[in-house]
Design a protein around this ligand. Structure first.
Ligand code: AMP
Length: 191
């Protein structure tokens, strides 16, 4: 079993590299952003709450996000036997601590954190391009700036947190999709 966190700023390529990791290692993909967008599209109560935060570039409150993740893990336990790739979670220290508890109670653990490192100008360019291509509602300049700000304040402390645990693997996230994936694969195959 291999359980990974793919970590990085908005636009760092987490979704793209997750797909390649899944193809290679047969992991189950849990993207909290996708889970929330699905709720919004279906017009659920949770979707209505999530939409307020997402459209402002803010994080969904920790307690709510943690209970959503617990639920996703419960409902998909039959799909997670080879392992899970967490994409977009955790985004705060309390979420990271909760993840350890959620994994413990299922006899699972995080094996590695793959940290995609991309400079800020490239992040903004990539997100705006994605906004034009996919019409994702929060991929506009105003929201992007807020999301990057939230990332720097609330999420970057996780880098140190996982370095201290010896789990963090920095990956240069610029360059071709395949060359980035090769760097990831080299790390994962040597765990
Ligand atoms: P993403 O697709 O991962 O970029 O997530 C899109 C948006 O969903 C974020 O900007 C947040 O508003 C919300 N979101 C996704 N994952 C989380 C999380 N782990 N904690 C709080 N909010 C989240």
């Amino acid at each position: 079993m291999l359980n990974l966190i793919i970590f990085g700023a908005p636009g760092s390529g987490k979704g793209t590299q997750s797909e390649k990791i899944i193809d290679n290692y047969g992991l189950y993909h849990i993207s909290t952003g996708e889970v929330l967008r699905d709720h919004i599209a279906r017009g659920t109560e949770l979707g209505k709450i999530a939409d307020k935060y997402i459209s402002q570039g803010q994080l969904i409150p920790d307690d709510l996000m943690i209970s959503i993740l617990d639920d996703v893990l419960d409902k998909n336990s039959h799909l997670t036997t080879k392992g899970v790739i967490f994409d977009g979670f955790p985004r705060t220290i309390p979420q990271a601590e909760a993840l350890t508890t959620l994994m413990d109670k299922r006899n699972m653990k995080v094996d590695a954190v793959v940290g995609l490192e991309v400079n800020e100008n490239e992040l903004i360019d990539r997100i705006l391009k994605r906004g034009q291509e996919t019409h994702r509602a929060d991929d506009n300049l105003e929201t992007v700036k807020k999301r990057l700000d939230v990332y720097h304040h609330q999420t970057t402390p996780l880098r140190e947190y996982y370095i201290d645990k010896g789990l963090y693997h920095p990956i240069q996230g610029s360059g071709s999709v395949d060359s980035i994936f090769n760097s990831i694969k080299t790390r994962l195959d040597n765990l």
